[in-house]
Design a protein around this ligand. Structure first.
Ligand code: AMP
Length: 287
């Protein structure tokens, strides 16, 4: 695996590979890789001969009181893990390469960013859209793989790729979980032993809501209340939101209908650590 640090070199490489008739798939990450990231690299191999993983902790997607400074970083370990998963190139620019002095651009995606993460983390999706647009322009891939773990982010990226005519296939890969159900995340490393044990309540809350839906529950408020009740069984948790919505556009009808594809979304603090998780469910017909 080769490490590339500059946009110019990355673009040149992309042109060369394309001239050789090769397809390129890109996996954007902020590093501190885990099996979830590696599953995206493996998935990328299904779509292209060449996989470029990007590694950049993007300051513009962190709020002023968020964890940009303390976000976990380990370049050597990331290199080994990415290579072991079959990554061909690691694009790892530094901050000034991505945001040189005088940088003035922003990318704002409306509507799909109005609620949930977009509402709780103002400016977050502007930063995500901006960096992904820049990474797309650096790597110029045919396809790019994103995790369902950040569900609303996948809607934002799809919207941006469509509206700005990137001509890149956006592929969504399933969430990888620890054996007890906790969604893998670089931020799990912040959790104390007790918080780590308690954190599986997010997965349990999603499962409870799914069971209720399977048992015939269709009322959005009732589904949300089931998630809240389960989460509150861990008194230390601070719920940011636990909600359900139509997966395509995040609309929130009072009642879901048979055949609706819905997303259950949770964000909650375990101590100082903010965790998110989600689950997709299709409302069964005939119950
Ligand atoms: P991050 O490094 O957290 O910005 O994540 C980089 C990419 O990996 C994003 O597309 C995430 O949605 C995805 N990702 C993060 N955690 C997981 C997971 N547990 N399973 C699958 N993909 C994940």
């Amino acid at each position: 695996m080769k490490v590339i640090n500059t946009i110019k070199e990355m673009q040149k490489l992309s042109d060369t590979l394309k001239a050789q008739g090769k397809k390129i798939a890109c996996v954007p990450t902020m590093g501190y890789l885990h099996q979830g990231h590696l599953s995206l690299i493996t998935r990328a191999k299904d779509f292209a001969e060449v996989v470029v993983t990007t590694l950049f902790v993007n300051p513009t997607q962190f709020g002023p009181n968020e964890d940009f400074e303390r976000y976990p970083r380990n370049f050597e370990r990331d290199c080994q893990m990415a290579e072991s998963a079959g990554c061909d190139y690691l694009f790892a620019p530094d901050i000034l390469e991505m945001y040189p002095i005088g940088f003035s651009c922003n990318v704002i995606i409306r509507n799909v960013t109005d609620k949930f993460e977009g509402e709780r983390r103002p400016g977050h999706f502007d930063g995500v859209a901006l960096i992904v647009a820049k990474l797309f322009n650096a790597v110029r891939p045919h396809a790019s793989i994103f995790g369902q773990k950040d569900f609303q982010q996948t809607l934002v990226i799809k919207q941006m790729a469509k509206d700005l005519n990137f001509g890149i296939d956006i592929i969504i890969a399933p969430t990888m979980r620890e054996p007890d159900g906790l969604a893998m995340s670089s931020r799990n490393t912040y959790l104390s032993k007790q918080e780590r044990e308690d954190a599986i309540i997010l997965f349990k809350a999603l499962e409870e809501a799914k069971m209720a839906i399977d048992g015939g529950c269709r009322e959005r408020k009732v589904i949300n209340a089931i998630m809240h009740k389960t989460l509150r069984s861990v008194p230390q948790i601070k719920i940011d939101y636990a909600s359900s919505a139509l997966a395509d556009n995040l609309d929130e009808p009072d009642t879901f209908l048979a055949g609706d594809r819905i997303v259950l979304l949770i964000a909650a603090y375990m101590g100082k650590t903010r965790l998110i998780d989600n689950s997709l469910v299709t409302i069964p017909k005939g119950k």
